[in-house]
Design a protein around this ligand. Structure first.
Ligand code: ADP
Ligand code: MG
Length: 347
């Protein structure tokens, strides 16, 4: 099922939690909603689920207006970070819950529910643990039960709100891979909320970046990393150095260096050039003279802080594996092999 979100708005008092959000989720894709805490991710996910009612905008499920539909009618499966399992039910009972509460013509037979639970236990790789209670499971196992419970109702879309947020790093990484494989097998349209850029880039087919209730960019992990659409995306997905710049005629002047100006770069206003640490290169013919400050080694990687002549702050430089070692105080020349140009932030 595809989801079309059009101009969604939700206020809490005077504060816009969602400020005109439009987004298409393609059928069968795994889309990550990525943004800092408070950017509106949970509000957006809850609006898709039908748990939150936006004041304006529309949500279409496969072209049909779902804005007024109940949670049940939307048939969305969800897993939240703190959406705890029922403590008094064993794993089988938890997974079957959404099926057991059905009444009338909707109700499945006991045998059919049992067969479905068996199938889901196998899918989330918890065969043999059906009789355990939540307290007897690890954090990662509990989230897999929560996922099986969400899948039991055969949802049209799966909504996951930081489902691995409370787990430690290694378990998170394992579950991330596992979820990706599960998604590839089920092909279920999935929206995955996270504030962790690494998680989003590794897991998702596409990433939507949310900031202050607005979508800043939607693209594949490669696109949002390689061609950030805004200063916010540059800083939030990966890291960026910022250099003062100004364009005049055919020239873009960047911290004293003169580059050709692209037609899209506005003239006569303060600009900022954004360069990722790994896109700064040490080379004899580099544009800028710089002095090496702190040198850091972490595994195969070498990182430098370097200060341009006349500048008051340092640049971060990430050197490729196998680069020569540098020492503090050394004089080098730096160039940029990829960059973005944006109007300078006011103030
Ligand atoms: P995220 O999930 O990205 O951390 P949320 O969607 O939870 O962000 O929240 C977005 C903004 O809306 C935040 O500033 C939050 O404080 C505010 N907010 C969320 N829920 C409520 C609520 N029930 N009442 C008042 N403000 C809320
Ligand atoms: Mg949240």
């Amino acid at each position: 099922m595809n989801i079309r979100i059009h101009n969604l708005g939700k206020q809490y008092g005077a504060f816009p939690a969602l400020d005109g959000v439009s987004l298409d989720v393609r059928s069968g894709e795994l889309l990550a909603l990525l943004g800092p805490s408070g950017s509106g991710k949970t509000t957006l996910l809850r609006a898709i689920a039908g748990l939150e009612h936006p004041e304006r905008g529309q949500i279409l499920f496969d072209g049909e207006d779902a804005t007024g539909l109940s949670v049940q009618a939307r048939r969305a499966g969800f897993v939240f970070q703190h959406y705890a399992l029922f403590k008094h039910l064993d794993v089988r009972g938890n997974i079957a819950f959404g099926l057991e509460v059905r009444r009338g013509a909707e109700r499945w037979s006991k045998a059919r529910i049992n067969a479905k639970v068996d199938e889901l236990l196998a899918l989330v790789q918890l065969d043999g643990l059906g009789a355990r209670y939540p307290a007897q499971l690890s954090g990662g196992q509990r989230q897999r039960v929560a996922l099986a419970r969400a899948l039991a109702i055969e949802p049209r879309v799966l909504l996951l709100d930081e489902p691995f947020g409370a787990l430690d790093a290694q378990v998170r990484r394992d579950l991330r891979r596992w979820l990706r494989e599960l998604h590839d097998r089920t092909g279920l349209t999935t929206v995955f909320v996270t504030h962790d850029q690494e998680e989003a880039l590794e897991l998702a087919d596409r990433v939507a970046i949310l900031n202050r209730g607005r979508i800043e960019q939607v693209g594949t992990p490669g696109e949002v990393y390689d061609q950030p659409a805004s200063p916010f995306v540059y800083g939030f997905v990966g890291e960026a150095n910022r250099l003062p710049a100004r364009a005049q005629g055919q020239v873009l002047e960047v911290a004293g260096a003169q580059w050709p100006r692209a037609a899209s770069v506005p003239e006569g206003q303060a600009l900022e050039v954004f360069v990722r640490p790994e896109d700064l290169v040490v080379e004899a013919e580099g544009d800028w003279q710089a002095t090496v400050g702190l040198v850091q080694r972490s595994g195969p990687r070498q990182r430098l802080r370097a200060r341009l002549a006349g500048a008051t702050s340092d640049l971060e430089v990430e050197l490729p594996a196998g680069a020569p070692a540098y020492a503090a105080g050394q004089s080098i020349r730096l160039g940029a092999r990829r960059y973005g140009v944006f109007p300078a932030a006011a103030g």
